[in-house]
Write a protein that binds this ligand. Sequence first.
Ligand code: MOS
Length: 732
Amino acid sequence: MSDMPFPETPRVDALDKVRGRPIFGADDARPGLLHAALAMATIGKGRITALETKAASAVRGVRLVLTHENIGAVKSAGFLMAGGYGFQSFQPMLSPAIAHRGQYIALIAADTLEAAIEAAHRVKASYAAEPHSVTLDAPGTETVNQADTPLNKFLPEIHAGDADEAFADASVKIEAVFNCPPQHQNPIELIATVAEWQGDKLVIHEGTQNAEGIRHGVVTALGLEPEQVEVISPFAGGGFGQKNSLQMQTVLAAVAARRTGRPVKLVVPRAGVFHDASFRPASRHHIRLGADKSGKMLAAIHEVDAQTSRHDLFPGEYAATSSRLYGYQNFRGVERLVRTDVQTPGYMRAPFEHAACFAMESCVDELAYALGQDPVALRLANDTAIDPATKLPFSSRHVAECLRRGAERFGWSKRSMPPHSMRGEDGSQIGWGVAIGAYPGIIVPAIAHLKVTDDGDVVISIGGHEMGQGIRTALANAVGRKLGVPAERVTAVIGDTRAAPQHVTAGSWGTASAIPAAEDAADAMLVALAKLSPGDIVGRSPAQVLKTAGRSSLEVEVQKKAPGQPDAIFGRLRSGLPSIGGPVYGSYVTFSYIAHFVEVRIEPGTRRVRVPRVVSVADCGRVMSPRTAASQVRGGVVWGIGASLREVSEVDPRYGGFLNADLAEYVLPVNADIGSIDVEFIDKPDTTFNRAGAKGLGEVSMTGVAPAIANAVFHATGRRLRDLPIRIEHLL
Ligand code: MOS
């Protein structure tokens, strides 16, 4: 039955989703549920001097007003990137301290949501305000060189050769500074927790990318045993990095449920997504790129100043990707962190790679113009099979093919090189731009449990979280294909700490981590079935083999880790700690790549920028699930357009926090902003990386879109724009 051709199912949960069947965290509506609302700080920094809660308690139906004065023994669960579980180390409501505007200061639990909201408005705080700094250049910030912190142990600086000397000697030099704003991911599913105590056991329903992290985070915060906590998250309505760790409301909901003896549902309103969840930090990039007269890249230097919070160092990894774009002979990358008075920033789709590629790929375009070379030809000439940072080979790299196929599909040969040389029939300025993007190839450990029954059902229990990207479909197809069972009969139990240890699903490693482990489990099952069966099992389903053998079911378990990881990694996995392997794997380095070709049209009068068409060709190894993969790329391109032309979390230095904290004022692209997005895959398996041959796709898809747009805007107008988002006022 192994490896029989089998029709792929495009999306196993599609029918259920359109019928509203999947239960998301906040869909829980059982009788007896209390509803919670939050009161938030109205100063930029300082501390609470007095908190008046009597009026809140007096609202009819209010069961609890929780504040720092009555919360009891609760600890911070620690910061994800410093050995803890939270998106930040600062757990609000444990003291009168206010770290940033919009921080939670009270939680109300009430019989109805209306009563909870009403009471939250009646909480009155008095504060002692302190000066705050919320932008990279504000007085009062503190800049830390990442190499001088403990982060250097796992995120070293990138140093290859002597980039400064080579840059000084280069005959063609490009030097420029780029600014990327803070931005917030806004999944349609709001951050929400339902917490329920069943005796000594705490059950949490929450859409998350990290069920195990929430579990162990709550254990740490409340002083529980891991056996006492279960986290259930079959679906998340979008994550994008925001839901990759314990968030600050979960512990509060758990305390409220324990205090009231009732299940508590807490939905963080949209504004809380801006004020109290992680975000893409502001970053500034100083690039120096040197080449010889033929265009050979001799040196690149990438220095970054990125925003972090006062209480945590959110590590920067920008140069880790910019250093892997071309065969530069010398490279130097530096990450500096600027402490500001905000919640700790975090991972937001292609957190570093989007900004790093914007900066470097804009400079590469500038280099092409300085040399008078075609931007595609310059990129092809600087392609490499060897990673400049480590001198190791790439396990696979098809950048040249992405560029060639993309140029062909786009019609690049019809482009005229000089800026503002192409016009539409309506007089609009046309610009054609190109850029590549890259994202590290990462694998995390997984433990897979596979069960087949004589009625034909197959259940794969494994670490992984479904946020709409299609991991459940990829798992069902992979296991079904191996066992000769239709994907519809394969149930993937994921996002559930009762089923298997749940490593955080992020960093585009979900498929490359879960699928090889699931395929190993299916192979182990085939071996176990063969042992049960006197004859050949080819052509017989697992259920038929079981029936003949008189067995009702059969189970196997396998574990799999990244190449080079020690066995102790499974202990970390079970403890809910990030256990990330790669992108450097001893004898090779793995990255995914993409090339984007973009057309912009700029109206001569209004200077409105449109993006009527994009061609994107991705190198993500083997494509595991064609429909969801193409959908990932289109989503990444749409986000790239948003990140380049629309999105910014506005900051007023006088007040702190973020001003445009809703979907009306945080401007996103809409359907009318998106034209044709033509997606193609190289689809060459990288079996050095893993047996399935899959590399990551979710995040690489958005990298390189911003510079392709900025380069197209230059081609249309002759203007180099180095600050995102690019706006009409920059083109007047
Ligand atoms: Mo992603 S930003 O690594 O969840």
